[in-house]
Design a protein around this ligand. Structure first.
Ligand SMILES: *[C@@H]1O[C@H](CO)[C@@H](O)[C@H](O)[C@H]1NC(C)=O
Ligand SMILES: *[C@@H]1O[C@H](CO)[C@@H](O)[C@H](O)[C@H]1NC(C)=O
Ligand SMILES: *[C@@H]1O[C@H](CO)[C@@H](O)[C@H](O)[C@H]1NC(C)=O
Length: 727
């Protein structure tokens, strides 16, 4: 037994009891010198050092280098260095040691969070717990929690069939002020119970957003400290009044309205959207809600995929005021219910086919379910994530939130055959918008986000265009515009939403396809063929919307194509007629004034796609456009980038040693060669300036000695050493 004990002891020693590591000395010194830079220069020279100048802003402290001392040594240097130490002008001196420094990034995966809620391990779309090998953690929700955001002080309401206010996972976060019963006109949003549990939907959505965490019950909500209410409005006849009332409940108090419903997604006869009152409720919300910052409306993009429906025929998801959210399955595939359209902003995981995973959440009668499905899942997930973002930055406007989603969502492995890169460099698809949402990225971006400038609306209308629509022919309407550019002084604007308003008469609406191509070449499909839509009502003043041009420039040629592909009869006769009431309405904002002609994807100087003058910084640390490069940098003409000057230069015209136009403190500007030097070379003297301008800027120069001197001091005529033939 003894030897093994001794062995253990030996193993333990180096780790715990060993002496601290020996210092490693360098050949650099910090020296405190009294009497100014001249004195420091003199000392350095006298004792064989190179004076590298003052140390930062520390007056009287200089950086000396001794090239003949070994570069890295475990012994500190003595001998000759003691002469320097003993010089009466040297107050203090320290040979520099190498210090061990580590970068403060988090290593590896964030530590697993453990909650005692029994369904926590089944929340596969949030984290990879021990029991889940088909997990998907890319929405980065726990990482946002670990940054301290859990939805505190954010108020959410679920517009649905009611919520079970006494549910043990909801009761603590339940907020009666964020609730109403529009169906029965009272304050209690509790659902109506029946044998089939028809009214379970609202309760399920509410839990996803704000179920209490770590209370040993059911699940963990995404914004588990947010306040949650419900508006009961789907359990009865839904009218314009019902919708308008619901959308307008306490807009000053409620931050986010989550809706997982819309017109019937039958793909047949329904081309429907908000009525006049609901439209006004939206407009009131975005203008006056949240004390002027704008209510946030989150919408599920629809479940009509199997019926060939297209969410552009749903006026709610198609509205610029709603954030329309789509779904992907756990394996990144298109779920059977998904509806494609150009107004979808982003995506979350949700259910798929029967063998794919569904969503766990709170259920009626204090229950818990593992069977929540469809795009109904996706709106509450994004609602929860937006609640985290609003906690990180409560002053985000309704448009800021959309900007942040565009900026932080990513395609990752979501499979679609139509991913394309738009003119602002972002990947976008009709299935998934800008891709999977990212909670951690959104809270971090929210924290530093500066408000998007005021929304601008420019309206263009098409020039002469053929009105008649013939079978199998494409009607092309093209307009070149600078409508937006004329709206204000800024040369460049970037697009947010683009709306095309059309009226079309047609015997079979489902045969029509409409595509829009932006000046940057991005093609949005505004309407796809809908096999089951046999309506002869056409479109009356219908507004199609696309978010695919987000961040692109508005000026240039826009092309709208209407294609009629008859499903039965095959003759090229005239089949319909269209009027484009307005070709488009573009809502856009000016770029930062330093942005170049490519535009930008947001209002700030770090969101330009190119710069008018120079860009400063790196891709990693963030690039900004600047009008001129700051001190220590020069503007490189070819790359239009600010590059660092040589170390000793304060300003320069290029990278070279001889391209300094002024020097850092402690250096002399040798005007002959434009170098910054610690000592003036032969034939030059250090000008301890009397020149007032130079005294102010702290610039010191090497000036030429009188022509008869080989060396001179402080004044061109003070000879130290004459040239041959002079004396
Ligand atoms: C949840 O509660 C348990 C005690 O029941 C505690 O050990 C655990 O740390 C809590 N988890 C979190 C993430 O707060
Ligand atoms: C419209 O766009 C869709 C999707 O990008 C494409 O498949 C279709 O061919 C386009 N239609 C026309 C008429 O160009
Ligand atoms: C950039 O161009 C300007 C004018 O053409 C010129 O004066 C300047 O020296 C150039 N700068 C560099 C770093 O090449």
């Amino acid at each position: 037994m003894r030897p093994s004990a001794a062995w253990l002891l030996l193993l333990a020693l180096p780790a715990c009891l060993a002496a601290p590591p020996r210092p490693v000395y360098t050949n650099h010194w910090a020296v405190q010198v009294l009497g100014g830079p001249g004195e420091a220069a003199r000392l350095a020279s006298a004792y064989g050092y190179v004076n590298l100048g003052q140390i930062g802003n520390l007056e009287n402290y200089y950086h000396f280098h001794h090239s003949r001392t070994i570069r890295r040594s475990t012994l500190s240097s003595r001998g000759r260095h003691n002469f320097l130490r003993m010089d009466p002008k040297v107050k203090w001196l320290q040979q520099q040691e190498v210090k061990r420094r580590v970068k403060r990034h988090v290593r590896g995966d964030p530590p697993l969070i453990h909650f005692n809620d029994p369904m926590w391990s089944k929340m596969w779309y949030m984290h990879c717990g021990d029991k889940n090998n088909r997990c998907r953690s890319e929405m980065n929700i726990p990482a946002a929690w670990q940054r301290g955001y859990t939805g505190k002080n954010v108020v959410v309401t679920i517009l649905d069939d009611g919520i079970e206010t006494s549910h043990p996972d909801l009761v603590q976060n339940y907020d009666p002020q964020a609730s109403y019963d529009v169906n029965d006109n009272d304050c209690d949003p509790s659902p109506r119970y029946d044998a089939s549990n028809e009214n379970k939907h609202g309760t399920r959505c509410a839990g996803q957003v704000a179920a209490k965490a770590n209370n040993s019950h059911c699940i963990v909500g995404i914004a588990y400290n947010a306040r949650i209410g419900g508006v009961r409005m789907l359990d009865g006849d839904v009218t314009d009044v019902v919708e308008a009332k619901s959308l307008g409940i306490r807009p000053d108090y409620i931050d986010i309205y989550s809706a997982s419903w819309g017109p019937d997604d039958d793909g047949k006869t329904t081309v429907d959207g908000p009525g006049e009152l609901a439209k006004q409720a939206f407009e009131y919300g975005i203008k006056k809600g949240r004390k002027g910052l704008g209510s946030i409306f989150v919408w599920a993009s629809g479940n009509g995929g199997r019926e060939g429906d297209h969410c552009s025929c749903d006026g709610y998801t198609n509205s610029i005021y709603t954030i329309s959210i789509s779904s992907s399955t756990d394996s990144g595939l298109k779920p059977w219910y998904l509806e494609e359209c150009a107004s979808t902003l982003a995506t979350t995981y949700s259910s798929g086919a029967f063998y794919e995973q569904k969503i766990v959440t709170t259920d009626l009668r204090h229950g818990c379910t593992e069977g929540h499905t469809g795009t109904s899942v996706s709106a509450p997930i994004v609602t929860g994530i937006i609640a985290l973002a609003l906690e990180a930055n409560p002053s985000l406007t309704w448009r800021d939130v959309q900007h942040l989603i565009v900026k932080t969502s990513r395609p990752l492995h979501l499979k679609a055959n139509d991913w394309k890169t738009n003119g602002a460099g972002r990947k976008v698809s009709h299935l998934y918008g800008y891709g999977l949402v990212n909670a951690e990225a959104i809270v971090m971006e929210a924290k530093k986000w500066k408000k998007a400038p005021t929304q601008q609306v420019c309206i263009g209308s098409s020039d002469r265009t053929p009105r008649d629509i013939h079978a199998d022919q494409i009607v092309r309407t093209t307009t070149v515009t600078n409508a937006c550019a004329n709206h204000y002084d800024q040369r460049v604007v970037y697009l947010e939403h683009v709306i095309v308003r059309v009226s079309i008469e047609h015997p079979r609406r489902g045969d029509l396809q409409i595509n829009l191509t932006s000046p940057s070449g991005t093609e949005s499909q505004l309407l796809a063929r809908r096999a089951f839509d046999i309506s002869n009502e056409g479109f009356k003043n219908w507004e199609f919307m696309t978010v695919h041009c987000w961040g692109e420039k508005a000026e240039g040629e826009w092309t709208l194509k209407i294609h009629d592909t008859p499903s039965h009869m095959r003759n090229p006769e005239r089949r319909g007629e269209h009027t484009l009431l307005s070709f488009w309405i573009v809502t856009s904002s000016p770029c930062h004034p330093e942005c170049g002609n490519k535009g930008c994807d947001g209002p700030n100087a770090d969101q330009c796609l190119n710069c008018i003058h120079y860009s400063l910084g790196s891709v990693k640390a963030g690039r900004v456009c600047v009008s001129s490069c700051p001190s220590g940098y020069f503007g490189e003409n070819a790359s239009r980038r600010c590059r660092r000057c040589q170390k000793a230069c304060e300003t320069c015209t290029g990278r070279g040693r001889n391209q300094c136009t002024s020097c850092q403190r402690g250096f002399y500007h040798h005007q002959e060669t434009n170098a910054c030097v610690v000592f003036c070379p032969a034939g030059f003297y250090a000008d301890e300036s009397k020149d007032v301008n130079r005294l102010q800027t702290g610039q010191k120069l090497c000036l030429e000695c009188h022509q008869s001197c080989k060396k001179c001091a402080s004044d061109p005529d003070k000879h130290i050493l004459c040239k041959d033939g002079f004396r």
